[in-house]
Design a protein around this ligand. Structure first.
Ligand code: ZN
Length: 302
């Protein structure tokens, strides 16, 4: 039976675009609860400018206050050297660096050319060197760009080569605006696994157009074992028009368990945590489906 790693992103990818600020103590509580759920990684925050992302202005306090479960890798997204310095000072386990395969999306997302992004990553890698902090390199818009359309597979593979040669420890392919389809996913994931061998590969799918879980199955068929997802399906990319909808963690785990795959994740606990989201976020339109429908095994009384 295959083991699938589940990597939670709600504290960063989810909360960054919420209308209301999620209070710091509530963020810390949720992360502490999530770290007891059997997840492999949690993206706990981002060390970015509080002006750019006001909802994550409490990054230091979150990282230094959360319970550190040795089985869980706590990750922070970093945009520049200043962010890396803050992450190092806060003793994060891993930093995540993101560049879009699409030049246009990269310019709109981080206001940099590919060359500028890669030069920045080189500088960050030299700061991180020797700290014991791991680095994950993400290629956003790997499966399509809302501005440029199709993204060449060899462009994605070219950036992965750059990441590996800089010494990054793991790679993420992100379908930033939910454009991937299962046939495309299987083809690209097979190629990338051939390319990077034992280097861990994560897939970050969005359910923007309802293809998220189908893409997970296709990626597993191609050999992938690590997936990002967000409790309740909260969040998405704030810089792409109409692109809400991270893959929902409890829907993902429910499907994997029904398929007989192992995750170590406590699904019932996740569902309970997801049920707390309307109160936490002050809204009722939570995308997750299992919380609404119940599990397949929740039989109705006859
Ligand atoms: Zn996302």
């Amino acid at each position: 039976m295959s083991f699938i790693h589940i990597q939670e992103v709600i504290p960063r990818d989810g909360f960054q675009i919420e209308r209301n600020f999620v209070p710091t103590d509530k963020k810390i509580n949720l992360i502490n609860e999530l770290s007891d759920c059997g997840l492999s990684k949690i993206e706990v925050t981002s060390f970015v400018s509080p002006k750019a992302v006001p909802n994550l202005k409490d990054a230091e306090e979150v990282v230094t206050s959360i319970k550190r479960n040795p089985d869980v890798t706590n990750v922070a997204l970093i945009a520049n050297v200043r962010g890396a310095e803050r992450a190092i000072a806060a003793h994060i386990d891993e930093i995540n660096l993101v560049m879009s395969a699409s030049a246009t999306h990269n310019k709109k997302n981080v206001n940099r050319t590919h060359e500028e992004s890669l030069a920045g990553f080189n500088e960050i890698m030299s700061r991180v060197h020797g700290t014991g902090i791991k680095v994950n390199g993400s290629v956003a818009t790997s499966f399509g760009c809302p501005f440029e359309g199709e993204i060449a597979e060899n462009a994605v593979q070219h950036f992965i080569d750059k990441y590996i040669s800089m010494g990054m420890d793991s790679i993420t392919l992100a379908d930033t605006t939910g454009m991937a389809n299962p046939v495309q996913v299987k083809r690209l994931v097979e190629k990338v696994i051939d390319q990077i061998g034992d280097v861990p590969l994560t897939l970050h799918f969005h359910n923007t157009r309802g293809m998220g879980l189908a893409n997970v199955v296709a990626a597993i068929e191609a050999g992938a074992t690590r997936f990002d997802s967000s409790l309740g399906g909260i969040g998405g990319c704030p810089f792409a028009p109409g692109a809400t909808g991270n893959l929902c963690t409890e829907d993902l785990v429910h499907m994997l368990h029904e398929m007989g795959l192992e995750t170590k994740v406590n699904l019932d606990k996740l569902i309970e945590l997801s049920k707390g989201l309307p109160e936490l976020l002050g809204r009722n339109d939570i995308p997750g489906q299992i919380v609404k429908a119940g599990k397949v095994t929740d039989l109705h009384k006859t």
